[in-house]
Design a protein around this ligand. Structure first.
Ligand SMILES: CC(C)(COP(=O)(O)OP(=O)(O)OC[C@H]1O[C@@H](n2cnc3c(N)ncnc32)[C@H](O)[C@@H]1OP(=O)(O)O)[C@@H](O)C(=O)NCCC(=O)NCCS
Length: 147
């Protein structure tokens, strides 16, 4: 079981950003200027940051952007390397989606290597491969409340 915190304090936001720095900037060599943007503020009007803890220790993060039109853009999904492969990523996606009962569909841009992971979470890829921060991506979506 992991704990999901919707970030409301600078301290928790800092913990999310530390995970993103470790995973995206240090591990994947994403340039800092591309990884961190205007939505990475507590008072951003459309962003929600989530911090995930296992036994009280930060292990992962997700950032959601409320784009309007019933669409939630899910992104910056990161699990610390030492915590991967045990179901935490999938549980993070489940817990995040549950926070948005009124959203019609979830959308994300998946790094190509992560497509099988998002498929396990119920997402479907569409469109061509494109480059973002030099990394191959595809668009993926999932409808909410599919019966
Ligand atoms: C992608 C990521 C979030 C997955 O987290 P995780 O905790 O390792 O994933 P889980 O253990 O919850 O995996 C859930 C399922 O997806 C599968 N899966 C996970 N990563 C996979 C991969 N790279 N290829 C194939 N299947 C994968 C698992 O086997 C598991 O399948 P199962 O339910 O049948 O057992 C994690 O690897 C990560 O943070 N990577 C670096 C950051 C990154 O690339 N983020 C995505 C940006 S788009």
């Amino acid at each position: 079981m992991i704990e999901c915190i919707r970030v409301k304090t600078e301290d928790d936001l800092r913990k999310c950003m530390e995970i993103r720095r470790t995973v995206f900037i240090q591990e994947q060599n994403v340039p800092e200027a591309e990884e961190i943007d205007d939505h990475d503020q507590l008072d951003d009007p459309i962003a929600d940051h989530f911090l995930f803890l296992k036994n009280g220790v930060p292990v992962g993060t997700v950032r959601c952007l409320k784009k309007g039109g019933g669409v939630l853009k899910v992104g910056r999904v990161a699990v610390l390397r030492e915590a991967r492969g045990g179901g935490i990523g999938k549980e993070m996606m489940d817990l995040t989606e549950k926070r948005y009962p009124d959203i019609d569909r979830f959308a994300l841009d998946a790094q190509e290597h992560a497509i099988p992971f998002y498929e396990k979470c119920g997402y479907v890829a569409s469109g061509d491969v494109f480059l973002d921060a030099g990394i191959r991506h595809r668009h993926m979506e999932k409808r909410n409340h599919v019966v």
